[in-house]
Design a protein around this ligand. Structure first.
Ligand SMILES: Nc1ncnc2c1ncn2[C@@H]1O[C@H](COP(=O)(O)OP(=O)(O)OP(=O)(O)O)[C@@H](O)[C@H]1O
Ligand SMILES: [Mg+2]
Length: 375
């Protein structure tokens, strides 16, 4: 009455292979999950119990102990539901024995036994492949994201019942191959274009130089000069992402739950946080650290419009990610590093004393500013 099932959890962008061990024994009917589960995993007890019942099986009236090994890593995320449910079903003898070393299961259960999509499937599948897993069962709606990685079989499933039938050999599921393949020849589509900028030769030249060398750039000009408009068009002249870069960007968007495209992200990200943004939203954080704007802009552009409106402490935290191109966030639970290699584009209005110096006799303009700002 013992079973083992493989699954995976994420810490930042790194996956950890987790063995879900289940034991059913005689005694008072209780359902315990041990191995440092957090609240979202403790809640999975109710989802697992109800999903098993609603898939047409009796939930065992025994003492159920589930151990998430290795027990020293804190686990979070609802993607462990499917592995926990299968562990119980296998210990009950409903699911036939299989070689658990080659296959891993990812998915969140809904109460009627269907599988809901989860966040972070791409980094999970990449980690599983690196751990030598040959086949991965994922929720149907995550199939395109998972199939980006070609050297692992992706089995898309819609419900717990379907997984049971598949493991018992009653239903054949063909490994999913994505119909859309990543090719650099594909034209990237933008709704806007750099050629929309009329005149402004100096600004255009400066943006082209910045784009060519991936330099940071500060645009200073009077209101309505087209600063915001020009900065938004900068990504359209940047080179397209390489396959490796696209994987890195897509992983970050995948764990943030912001993935909208079916396959890899090909456009360079353009992030323009509002000037009321907090330091945490910029560099990332939270109880379970999430990527911030600097990581969401990885391999793309971080645009700080009206940079002087940002709080000083918020601008200060940008110093380290810009220099190191990675940002490390430490929490009690874990220390997580996210990449943050981006082009910083900032805009600001010149001080009003530039155009009307007589109204601001107390303002002293540095000679450098005088030479760069047109009067
Ligand atoms: N060189 C230009 N070519 C085409 N349109 C322009 C140009 N300059 C400004 N515009 C248009 O003028 C409007 C205002 O531009 P934008 O908002 O970019 O100005 P801004 O410099 O950011 O001003 P503010 O300092 O008030 O934020 C936009 O709708 C933009 O389309
Ligand atoms: Mg503007």
């Amino acid at each position: 009455m013992y079973s083992k099932i493989n699954t995976c959890i994420l810490q930042g962008l790194n996956g950890h292979l987790i063995e879900v061990e289940t034991d059913l024994s005689r005694g008072m009917p209780v359902f315990n999950i041990v191995g440092l589960p957090d609240a979202s995993i403790k809640e999975s007890k109710e989802r697992v119990r109800t999903a098993i019942k609603n898939s047409g099986y009796d939930f065992p009236l025994s003492r159920i102990t589930v151990n998430l090994a290795p027990a020293n890593i804190r686990k979070e995320g609802s993607q462990l539901d499917l592995a926990i449910a299968l562990g119980i079903l296998q210990a009950m003898g409903i699911v036939a024995d299989f070689n658990y070393r080659n296959i891993a299961f990812i998915g969140e259960l809904s109460l009627d036994g269907r599988l809901n999509p989860v966040e972070g499937v791409l980094p999970i599948v990449i980690s599983l492949r690196n751990f030598g897993i040959k086949r991965c069962v994922v929720p149907y709606e995550n199939r395109d994201e998972a199939a980006v990685i070609e050297d692992i079989e992706v089995i898309p499933v819609k419900s717990l019942k379907q997984v049971i039938n598949y493991l018992n050999g009653e239903e054949e599921i063909v490994p999913y191959k994505s119909p859309i393949s990543f090719s650099q020849e594909d034209e990237i589509q933008y709704d806007i274009d750099f050629s929309d900028i009329m005149g402004q030769e100096t600004l255009r030249r400066a943006l082209e130089v910045a784009a060519a060398g991936s330099h940071n750039i500060l645009i200073i000009g009077p209101p309505g000069a087209g600063k915001t408009m020009a900065a938004q068009r900068l990504p359209t002249i940047l080179p397209s992402l390489s396959f490796e870069e696209a994987i890195e960007v897509t992983k970050i968007y995948s764990i943030s739950g912001l993935l909208t495209s079916k396959t890899l992200i090909k456009n360079r990200p353009f992030r323009a946080p509002h000037h009321t943004a907090s330091a945490i939203s910029l560099i990332g954080g939270g109880r379970i650290p999430r990527p911030g704007e600097v990581s969401l802009a990885h391999h793309g552009v971080l645009f700080l419009d009206e940079i002087l409106e940002f709080k000083r402490d918020v601008l200060e935290v940008l110093r380290q990610p810009i220099e190191d191109e990675v940002v490390t966030i430490s929490r009690v639970n874990a220390t997580i590093t996210y990449p943050s290699k981006f082009m910083l584009v900032a805009s600001m209005n010149p001080c009003p004393c530039v155009s009307n110096p007589l109204d601001y006799p107390s303002h002293e303009i540095p000679s450098r500013a005088k030479s760069t700002i047109p009067a």
